[in-house]
Design a protein around this ligand. Sequence first.
Ligand SMILES: [Zn+2]
Length: 482
Amino acid sequence: MAIKYEPVIGLEVHAQLQTKSKMFCSCAVVDSVSETPNNAVCPVCSGMPGTLPVVNQLAVEYGIRVALALECQVNPVSIFARKNYFYPDIPKGYQISQYEQPLAENGKLNIKIAEGQKTIRVRRVHLEEDTGKLTHLNGSSLIDLNRAGVPLLEIVSEPDMSSVEEARAYAEALRDILRYLEVNSGDMEKGVIRFEANISVRPEGTDVLNTRVEIKNLNSFRALERATAFEIQRQEKVLEAGGQVDQETLGWDEDNEKTYSQRSKEDAHDYRYFPDPDLPPLVVDKAWLERVTATLPELPRAKNQRFMEEYELTAYDAGVLTAEKAVAEYFEAALKKLPENISPKSLANWMTGDLFSLMNQADTTVADLKLSPEALAKLIGLVAKGEINQSTGKTVLVEMFSSGKSAAEIVEEGGLKQVSDEGFIADLVKQILGENPDAVESFKAGKETIINWLFGQVMKKAAGKANPNVVRAELDRQLKEA
Ligand SMILES: [Zn+2]
């Protein structure tokens, strides 16, 4: 009988902190794509002998924010250590990190999975500095030290995830939190968040911890998913064939969609960590902790829950409206301007349906919208009051989206006001019935669905502006009398 296996996955997430300056010097944190290489470098971050690092206070505060959001205990004292190794992208010959006493420990993050939710424990959150960037080109290697010394937060989970889906859900939930806290742009393409996955497999239902491998430098959710899935399968095959998984560090080959061995795994003692003699212990006292706690915004999960309860939205609507802070703020700003008789659900429909699809087509974000929350609320108000009908409203939205004009202006200029005048509509209906005697006959013969076609004809004649309720009532009345 074949043994069924289950994966055991832990994630290390490296997130750059979007401070103005680097972790231990005053060099600017610059855009990794657009900035000229080696333009933001000084003697400290290029590792000149005799220079002294100074801790960036804001980076520490950002780290504390994340730690608090993950319900970690923030250590009153944490220690910066030197992690010694040689690689061309670390000019000092060591990376300043935290080792034995990290900034914070023992937190958790709840993730949404198909069966409901699951709690993933967070082992530690610590501060460190990023490395430079190597580019290999035509047999040469180019070094850019702009990134060397950029504040980096490492968030390490316990191996609590047991599927690719859970790993992705955790990574996404963490990115959402980093963005909500405004400590990281979440811009994965620029490498501001990177994942490392620790993976082993074991017979299902057991609690053994088999040898694990570590996959480095996964720069997108897609890479995380694919590399993890690949590695789980590879290990299962090794075990099924009676072999053993070697402890090693793997890279991910995106083009060929497979992992490859980088080196046999080093142990912590290989780095010969020791406290950095140039940096005093980092003390986070109660007063500081309280100040930072006071700056914490409402987090995605809490907001999601509140949207469902307070606005009676579905889980789906609440989910898409709170996935990004800016979208949630837009929704609530529009809601404040909405006439009282209109439900939040109706606003949610306009946003998640028509507005989001326009934004997708134009590949734009809520921050770039020409259409203010107030303007959207006014449009919905016009439809609710019957000044324009629903389908005209959708056309007006498209125009507002592209021109930034107000709904009232567009309705006025286009003569789009809904016509509810019963006499006018009665004449239109009479005209259409007169032009289509066959349709009237088949209605009388029992083909009642023909009424939809006739409705379409009347609306067309009215250039879409007739009040559909009045048209339906009038059609009913005249057909019964015909
Ligand atoms: Zn510098």
